[in-house]
Every structure is written in C-alpha cells, then in structure tokens.
Design a protein around this ligand. Structure first.
Ligand SMILES: [Zn+2]
Length: 461
C-alpha cells in the first residue's frame, strides 16, 4: 500500500511537470503583438489644458498647459496646441498640482497579525491614495530591519502607489508595546545596514510609541539616520519632561533636517501654556532646521493647538495623515480632508499644496518628486476646490466649520491616468470613437473603447 502511494505520487508529479512545461511553452508562443506607435509628428501623449498650475518648486501659480510624454513632464507653458498631443483634457476651473506625497502612513497590511501596524492596523495603499491625488506614500516605521524585506515583498513591490519607507528603529517594527519598548532590539547599525541595502526605497528612520524615560530609541535612530544619510522622524511616545524634555530633543538630540510628527497633538508640551502659541522648544527647533509634520492620525491633532499656533504663524512643513484603520474613519479621513482642514484654520491653498508636494520631497531628500519640472516623473493631481458648508473634526471630537473642500478629479501616475472621478478623459459612450483611441495605452490605465466589429449572432450570449 505504501509503495503504491509512492508510485502514484511520483507519476502525479511527472504529469504536473509536463503540464507546467507545456504552459511555459504556450506562454512563450503568445507574445503580445507590438503596441501601435503614434505618428512621429505628434509631440506629446497628453496635454492638461487650462488648469491652474500650483508648482511650489518652480514658483508657478497660474493658468498653464502641461504636456506629458513617455511618463515624464515634457512642457509647461501658457498655451500648448491640442494638435501636438494624442489626447487633450480641458481642466478649466480646476487646479493642477504635482502628485501628492503623504509623508506618514501605515500600509504594512496583510500579514494577519492582530492589533499590529505590521498587520491588521495598516491599510493597503492603493485603496486610499489615487482617489485623493496621492501618488507617493511614506510608511512611517511599520517595519524594522528584521521584517522590512517581508513588507517590501508583500506591499511595496506589488502596489501601484509609490511606497517609500522609514524603518522603525525597533528591529521587529511597530508590532505593539512589548516589541516597541524592547531596548535590546533598537540597533542603529543593523537598521542603517538595511536602509543602505535599499537606498531608493528606505527614506528615513522612525522612532515611535516609546513609553520609557531613556533616550535610547532617539539616539539609536540618529545613529542609523547618520550612517544612511536619511532623516529621522520622531513620534515622541510618552511624555517625560524631566528625563527627556522636548526642548532637548529638538535642540540637541535631533539633527537639522529631522522630522517631528504629530506637531499639533499637545501630548508632549508642544504648546506654550501662556501664549497658546508654539513652545520655546518648537520655536528653537524650527530655527535649527527641524521639520514639523502634521501626522494627524487617530489621536494626534487638536484644534486647541492648531488654531492658535497657525494664527501665530507656526504652520506645518508637511501635511500628512498618519493613515491607518482608525484614522481613516476618524477625524483624519484622508490627505485632502486634512489639507482642507488646514485651509479652514487659515492656511492658503497654495501653501497646503506645497506642504503635500515639494516640502515632503525635500524632507525625505527626494527632490525629484513633488514638482512639475520638465523631465520629472509625470505624477499629477487634478483638484477641484468645492464651495459649500463642511465640518472638520479633531481627536477630541471638536468641530471646525469651513467653506472649502479639496476633491480629487484626476490622478496621473508615471504619465498615465489611474483615477478619474467624473470620467473627464473618457469619451461619451455613444459618441463616434476618437481615432487616437488606439494609442490610449500611452495616457491611461483604463480600457480604451477601441472600435471593433460587432460579435456575430452565434458569439452572443
Ligand atoms: Zn503613525
């Protein structure tokens, strides 16, 4: 009986390997036909026409046309002729900005670990990015050097969104109190080594949620950040004003160019109790070149701080969500809701766009992103500024009313449309087909309405 089973198994494997070989041969035979090439005299794939361009890096705040070719920004000018492109979209009344960068998110989803940011607390990036104009996210420390490669394989390499990462100084990552308070798993050297192995993906070091009085997490993060030449982002954990004061963090422990997130949380003496404006630690930290990030999250943003501090001129360097399963359904919601909230407090549209584009790009030392310079990757957001009555909330469920809401109409990633709320690039379903539709793969990821013959009667079902 035993030997018979063995034989059956062996022959079964043989059949499987023959089947696999023939599938492989079949796949090799079926190389897809070459894509149709557009006429050489057409200069651009796509023109975004008549939109109000806001490009902080290039100091553009005007109605402009933007031409895209081969996934790159090809030209930005007051007028570019439609006849020069395969496809033109009129964006009259809308804003055109670089694809937005959300500097603080949690996207290490899918491991199945309960109650963990390297698991169930994270969200899959593509579900929450393109629909709000975000083309790049930075995962803020869900993984450490021990599990970063699993995160990369599971999420980073499989997402359409550009996912960059800050490594947690905790080797095991953001997996809960037990891990995040383990001082013996905070190894700056090992963390730097992993960061240097993936220099285009790992863009920072994160320390977060530490409850103890020691400086070890910050010190090890700075060791890693210095070795890998990348910034450190700090969630300063429990407040210990005697043993590790905020003033020392921002004026002594961190380096210029490091990032303080959750800036309006009020949990760690961010606010001056007398003036209600920024604390001396914040003022002196900013003078030294520390960046300040919103990271509004589930419990890290209060109007009682943000309103007086913005009034005092202490605005964010970058607007980020701290997106996770709690914040996305709580006060934070998404990147454009946070931006609209900051506008309701009094920050201008132009400034909030800079805080989601050129500023975060500078903070992570990836200044090739977050702009519409000729030659830059064509990541673009097309935004509508809606007028109406809107309410914005904070971590203690306070509400601030506003009259403007930013809504994403179109998102373009690497030169191709990946989100189109109102089908602005689509032709009407019953209109005669545009002859350029055969080249639609050059400007959109959506199935083009390529003219094809009607199926015969017996093919219909
Ligand atoms: Zn976070």
């Amino acid at each position: 009986m035993k030997s018979l089973r063995k034989i059956n198994l062996a022959s079964c494997c043989a059949v499987l390997s023959v089947a696999a070989a023939s599938v492989h041969a079949f796949a090799q035979q079926r190389t897809p036909p070459p894509l149709p090439q557009p006429p050489a005299n057409i200069a651009y794939d796509l023109i975004l026409q008549n939109g109000h361009v806001l490009d902080d890096k290039n100091h553009i705040d005007a109605v402009m046309d933007v031409a895209i070719k081969d996934g790159k920004i090809a030209k930005v000018a007051p007028h570019i002729a439609s006849s020069d492109a395969l496809k033109t979209i009129n964006l009259n009344g809308l804003y055109v900005t670089p694809g937005l960068i959300d500097l603080h998110v949690h996207v290490y989803a899918g491991t199945g670990e309960r109650g963990s940011y390297a698991g169930d607390n994270s969200v899959p990036p593509d579900g929450f990015t393109f629909r709000v104009g975000v083309t790049t996210v930075v995962d803020a420390g869900c993984s450490g050097w021990r599990n970063f490669e699993d995160f990369k394989d599971r999420i980073i390499d499989r997402s359409k969104t550009r996912v960059l990462a800050m490594l947690n100084i905790v080797g095991s990552g953001m997996r809960g109190d037990k891990y995040e308070n383990n001082l013996s798993d905070m190894d700056g050297e090992a963390t730097a080594k992993m960061a240097l192995k993936y220099p285009n993906v790992v863009v920072g070091i994160k320390t977060a949620h530490y409850t103890g009085p020691e400086w070890t997490p910050v010190e090890q993060a700075v060791i890693a950040g210095t070795k890998a030449n990348i910034p450190v982002m700090v969630d300063f954990g429990n407040n210990h004003p005697e043993s590790r004061p905020l003033y020392d963090l921002l004026t002594k422990k961190l380096r210029p160019g490091d990032i303080y997130t959750h800036m309006y949380s009020g949990l760690r003496n961010e606010q001056d109790p007398v003036t209600m404006g920024p604390s001396k630690a914040f003022i002196d930290g900013r003078k030294r070149g520390i960046y300040f990030d919103t990271g509004t999250g589930g419990g890290s943003f209060k109007f009682s701080l943000a309103v007086p501090m913005v009034k005092d001129g202490f605005i964010p360097d970058s607007i980020s969500t701290d997106l996770h399963i709690g914040s996305m359904n709580g006060a934070t919601k998404d990147e454009l809701n946070v931006a609209s909230k900051m506008m309701a407090i009094g920050i201008s549209l132009k400034e909030v766009v800079a805080e989601m584009t050129s500023h975060p790009a500078r903070e992570i030392k990836h200044e090739e992103l977050g702009n519409l310079s000729v030659g830059s990757v064509a990541d673009v957001a097309v935004l509508r500024l809606e007028d109406g009555r809107f309410g914005f909330t904070d971590m203690v469920n306070g509400r601030l009313d506003g009259t403007k809401l930013l809504v994403d109409e179109i998102t373009i990633k690497d030169g191709k449309i990946v989100y189109d709320l109102n089908g602005m690039e689509a032709d009407k379903w019953d209109a005669p087909p545009d002859p350029n539709t055969i080249y639609a793969y050059r400007w959109t990821t959506f199935a083009p309405r390529i003219p094809r013959p009607r199926p015969s009667d017996n093919e219909r079902h």
